[in-house]
Design a binder for this molecule. Structure first.
Ligand code: BLA
Length: 518
């Protein structure tokens, strides 16, 4: 899996983030064979400060000597593999460090045949009454919220309060894995990210796959010094220890750089999953280092899972309703063409329906070619550009339609007007395509400016990961920038209502031809 290819902005998905060989320093990691007398075979280099024993003292000794044989037996017997990311196996462990009992919270899981135990200091427990109150408030407010946007807003506000974080966002993926901030709760002095769009490459594929298995992650301080796991190689596999399910896993240096570019110091991210598919994330930012206790992490994880299902169901309902609305709008437009008006009246009516035409497809511009006349509505390329584009699109149609959300990548001439038309949806309105309609959407994606600080251009070279954001930035930006919002399935379905126009015209023409033949 390990790649020798230097990782930069254009190939993030190749970084093997599950085997960084390091952890974050807010805890200690031990890996042992999973038998009652199983020995510690790997550990993080920071055991001395947490446990008062150096790695050299621990490696090769039974884990039971450290945590006690009762706890060890429990870990051997438990079904750790069933521990879905949602309910990690937590235990309280007391270890004597320099003659004093120290309390730890441990998370246990199995990774490629080894038991992995991650210990963090136990934080002072608050009253569990508090948790119950949070849960009750959350449930009640969720039930009260009228639609998925108010529900998301409520969830963001509640999670912000529970975590005490500066900013909490609900981030939703589209089918190309681009993302949009659909709700946000933040400190008043912060710039709003609500409504911003981000490219799929911001959360690369292998990261999304991990987040499907591991539902909550936290970065305590982006300026941390990673702690090495020694020895490097997992004895059973001969490869680095697989940290896919680890809670302390050291974060990708690319992502750390990203957060620094954003000015963020600490994050909590909670996966939003439905039917085994990641549909969004609750992403939380803090602008100074912040540790979140296991108890709060658990609570957020639980609320996240509940919210995730509830919101997904609301979304299905919303989509259904918006499809019905779209179809009815589209058939109103179709009637303009199929009614018995003169061509002059058709043009008049189209101009009068400008707002409806644009709104129904969330488009910023539209062009209608009718009876050799070209109507431009809203923000569009020039008539000459539209005609050239239509000529190209007419050759691309399938079922009388063609759509793209990255026009300039497919039709390079469109680079000249990509701010106006990175998305284009074409529908032929007559069998020979003399009449047609095109909707346009602007280039929309936001991006974090990686070109910022040249001093950060290369961060870490010794382990084969080389970062050169500046070099790859321009290339990367070109791709992500030329993108518009995707045309949604229900929008594309609605377009088929307009096919009725073509069918009617075809019928009329056949009829005329027959009449002439008589
Ligand atoms: C991970 N990128 C992430 C994560 C988020 C984002 C939420 C999850 C990790 C976390 O913080 O817990 C992106 N965060 C965002 C976005 C917003 C936000 C879009 O708050 C919007 C407000 N990222 C890039 C590029 C690369 C990249 C170009 O933009 C690669 C070159 C990589 N992002 C990257 C990687 C991870 C990541 C590798 C995984 C980090 C890890 O878990 O180790």
């Amino acid at each position: 899996y390990v790649t020798d290819e230097p990782i930069d902005l254009t190939n993030c998905e190749k970084e093997p983030i599950h085997i960084p060989g390091m952890i974050q320093p807010n805890g200690v990691l031990l890996a042992a064979r999973r038998t009652p007398t199983g020995k510690i075979v790997q550990c993080s280099r920071n055991t001395d400060s947490f446990l008062g024993r150096t790695p050299e003292e621990l490696l090769g000794t039974p884990l039971a000597d450290l945590i006690g044989s009762e706890v060890m037996m429990d870990l051997v017997k438990r079904d750790l593999n069933a521990a879905a990311s949602s309910d990690l196996q937590y235990l309280k462990i007391q270890i004597e460090v320099d003659g004093m009992p120290v309390h730890f919270t441990a998370v246990a899981h199995e990774s490629e045949g080894l038991l992995i135990l991650e210990l963090e200091y136990e934080s002072e427990e608050k009253d569990s009454e508090d948790d119950f109150r949070w849960i009750r408030t959350f449930f009640v407010k969720l039930k009260q919220s009228a639609n998925r946007y108010t529900a998301s807003q409520m969830a963001a506000e509640q999670v912000k309060e529970i975590l005490g974080y500066d900013r909490v966002m609900i981030y939703e993926f589209d089918k190309e894995w681009n993302g949009k901030v659909i709700a946000e709760a933040k400190e008043a002095n912060l710039e709003a990210f609500l409504g911003h769009h981000y490219p799929a490459s911001d959360i690369p594929k292998q990261a999304r796959e991990l987040y499907l298995r591991n539902w909550l992650r936290t970065i305590v301080d982006v300026d941390y010094t990673p702690v090495e796991i020694i020895p490097t190689v997992q004895p059973l596999t001969g490869r680095p220890l697989n940290l896919s399910l680890s809670v302390l896993r050291s974060v990708s240096p690319m992502h750390i750089e990203y957060l620094k570019n954003m000015g963020v110091c600490a994050t909590v991210t909670i996966s939003l999953i439905h039917d085994g598919k990641l549909w969004g994330m609750i992403t939380c930012h803090h602008y100074s280092p912040k540790y979140v206790s296991h108890r709060i992490r658990n609570l957020c994880n639980f609320l996240g899972a509940f919210f995730s299902n509830e919101l997904y169901q609301r979304q299905q309902l919303d989509n259904y309703q918006s499809e019905l609305r779209l179809r009815s709008e589209a058939s109103k437009i179709a009637k303009i063409f199929t009614g018995n008006s003169s061509p002059f009246h058709v043009t008049e009516e189209l101009y009068a329906s400008e707002e409806r035409l644009l709104q129904m497809m969330s488009a910023s511009g539209a062009a209608v070619s009718y009876n050799d006349k070209l109507l431009l509505l809203g923000d569009t390329p020039t008539p000459q550009q539209v005609r050239e584009l239509a000529g190209w699109m007419s050759g691309k149609v399938h079922n009388y339609t063609y759509q793209t959300s990255r026009l300039s990548l497919e039709f390079p001439a469109a680079a000249a007007y990509k701010e106006k038309a990175s998305g284009a949806l074409y529908v032929a309105m007559s069998p020979g395509q003399q009449n047609y309609m095109i909707w346009f959407r602007p280039e929309i994606l936001q991006f974090v400016d990686w070109a910022g600080d040249p001093a950060k251009a290369v961060i870490q070279e010794d382990d084969g990961i080389r970062l050169s954001p500046r070099k790859s930035f321009e290339k990367w930006r070109e791709v992500v920038q030329s993108t518009a919002l995707d045309w949604k399935p229900e929008e594309l379905n609605a377009v088929f209502e307009l096919r009725a126009v073509v069918d009617t015209q075809t019928k009329n023409e056949l009829q005329r031809a027959e009449e002439q033949a008589l």
